[in-house]
Design a protein around this ligand. Structure first.
Ligand SMILES: [Zn+2]
Length: 114
């Protein structure tokens, strides 16, 4: 078994998610490869049915690559605290970007003014 051997890190239902992940890993100087991308693009419904796009990294980089992906996910999805809708004054639970009542989008600037 070689350190250069590729191992499957994770898989993505959508090709663009896999590209984001690969870019994050490559920007850290590691090698990353995608598999299943072509079927995901042309036949996206079929692509997700057969497991989507798989992300591979070198075995020696596996731990580091997982750390990179965890950090990237935190950057992409900042945790939204519970907030009060500016339109209807309903309280919206943490993590929701849209008011459940009137569908107004979360506004970080406005909610901080309370
Ligand atoms: Zn609302």
């Amino acid at each position: 078994m070689s350190d250069e051997e590729l191992v499957k890190l994770t898989s993505y239902e959508h090709a663009h998610e896999a590209h984001v992940a690969r870019n994050a890993i490559e920007s850290a100087g590691l090698y990353a490869a995608l598999n299943g991308e072509h079927s995901g693009n042309a036949l996206s419904y079929v692509g997700s049915a057969i497991g989507g796009v798989k992300l591979y990294v070198k075995k020696k980089d596996e731990v580091r690559a997982r750390q990179i992906l965890n950090e990237a996910q935190q950057d992409d999805a900042p945790t939204i605290p519970a907030w009060i809708c500016q339109e209807c004054d309903e309280e919206v639970d943490a993590g929701f970007e849209i008011c459940w009542c009137c569908e107004t989008a979360y506004d970080a600037t406005a909610s901080q003014q309370r």
